[in-house]
Structure formats: C-alpha cells, structure tokens
Design a protein around this ligand. Sequence first.
Ligand code: ADP
Ligand code: BMX
Ligand code: ZN
Length: 291
Amino acid sequence: MTTLAIDIGGTKLAAARVDENLQIRERIERPTPASKTPDALREALAELIAPLQAQAQRVAVASTGIIRDGSLLAINPQNLGGLLHFPLVETVKAITGLPTLAVNDAQAAAWAEYHALADATRDMVFITVSTGVGGGVVSGGKLLTGSGGLAGHLGHTLADPNGPRCGCGRIGCVEAIASGRGIAAAAQGDLAGCDARTLFARAAEGDAQAAQLVTRSAKVLARLIADVKAITDCQRVVVGGSVGLAEGYLTQVGDFLAQQPPVYHVALSAAHYRHDAGLLGAALLAQGERL
Ligand code: ADP
Ligand code: BMX
Ligand code: ZN
C-alpha cells in the first residue's frame, strides 16, 4: 500500500509517496502560504497533493498545531499567520477521497525516530527546533498524544519568566527564545529582520551577535532537555527541525547539557530521518492503524 504523507510546518509544506517499507518514492516541498487563511492553506494542500495522489491508497498528515478530532488548533497562531483552526482531515478527505489520518508533526516525528533506534530504548523524546519548538514523547514504547492532543508541546514550557511573550499567551516560553522565529525576533541592529537561516550563516562567518543568538537558543534547549529528563527519565533525546539540524547546533546543546548535574544527562542525537521524520512518522502511524 502506498501512503501519501504530508508535513505541514510553519515555514514549509512537504509531501511524499511512501511505500510499505517506509521508502520515500517522490517528494515535493513548498513554502507554507504567506497568507495563512483557511482558503490559502486548502489551495496549497490541493496543489501539493495533485502530482502525488495517483497510486496512493491513504493519506497521513503530520502538522504543526494541536491535532484534535482531525482538526488543527494552533497553540501559537503566530506560527501560522494568525490561523487558529483548520478542519484538516475533512479538507484532505474532500481533496483526495482517501482515508486520512492527522497527527501533530513532532509527535509523528517522535514515532518515526523511535522506530529507527537500534537499541532497546523504550522511553525517548523528540524535539523539533524549527519555526516553533515542538515535542513528542514515547514512554514505555507508546506515543503520548494526550486526551486532547496537547501531550509533548515542550516548546510551551517555561524558559525565562522575564523572557519575551510567546504567541501562545504565556511569557518566556522555550519557543519564544529558542525557535527559528524566537532567534530571529531577538536580532537587532544590522541583523534586524534576518531569518534564523541567515543568522546561522552570519554566526558561522564570525558575527558576534548572531553567534550569541544561536548560543542563547542552544542554552535554553539544553535546560529544556534537563527538564525532560527529570519528567520522563527517557534514555534518549532526538533533535530535528532545520534549526536543530543546523551545523554545530546540537554540539552546543550537548556542551550546555554536560554542564548540568549528571542526573540530567541523557544521550542526544540528531534525527535519523533528518527533515523527513514527520512524513515518515505519519506514514508509520497510518500503517499501524491499517487505515
Ligand atoms: P517547519 O517549521 O515549516 O517545519 P523548518 O524545520 O525548516 O520548517 O524550520 C524553519 C526554521 O528554520 C526557520 O526559522 C528558518 O529560518 C530556519 N532554518 C532553515 N534552514 C536553516 C539552516 N540551514 N540553518 C539554520 N536555520 C535554518
Ligand atoms: C508550535 C505548535 C506545535 C508544533 C511546533 C513545531 C502551532 C501552530 N504549532 O509550538 O503544535 O509542533 O510549533 O512546529 O501552534 P513547526 O512548524 O516549527 O514544525
Ligand atoms: Zn508558548
């Protein structure tokens, strides 16, 4: 059976045909529409799906946002241009006529990364550092989604009570500081208006402010990982997302984590499936549910 897998992020949309052996056969990537109205998102999804739909028997969507009863509810609407609610499964079913499953992007990625582990780990946490900061928790071999889809939203735990306001309404969330958007929002002077990708490039060229912004994110992420260890006693934390996978970032996170007391130390690795963890996790969940 072929699954049409879709990943909806705050910055980019990806789609692929995934076969029964979890091999990606064809993959497309587009920017998330700038005006993120329900209509614009529906149109972008239809365009993304059209070239891949033939031969697919089901659809699996990994999406940013709380996924509850098939609908997308933004916890941080700023990541989706103000979009609060989107009837995700209903829309994709109407476009494709195929059985459709939807799950939070980081929860999906956690499931794929859990299956990629070669050892006997049963408790692991996936963190994406991307447009936002998302998380997925596997505990005792089970993916936690929560009764309302909120489980694992680690980006909205507290990093700094005096920090910036997060789009979710809280002050000082991890996401408001460590995410791609959080990094970009703190840039000043000649770097004001630069996105995180540009800031990483500047940091690599030796710009002190850019380097400090990257370090601030890595420090906050390391503290989050120590908290995650205390809460879940996981054996591994896997990091993904374009910021999380950026050169040198995870090494910095590991260095800051090493400065915490040993009880908070945990094995760290970059996502095995790199930028495809969400797509593949959603496909795996659809296989598991025999959708
Ligand atoms: P999404 O959030 O849509 O899943 P990404 O995982 O690509 O997408 O995350 C987007 C964020 O990552 C943006 O803030 C972008 O500026 C940043 N980014 C993209 N590429 C890089 C890179 N090579 N190095 C550092 N940051 C990057
Ligand atoms: C936000 C939240 C999470 C998501 C995370 C990473 C929204 C729209 N999204 O915390 O559900 O998992 O961002 O999302 O509220 P990404 O787009 O950065 O991959
Ligand atoms: Zn928040």
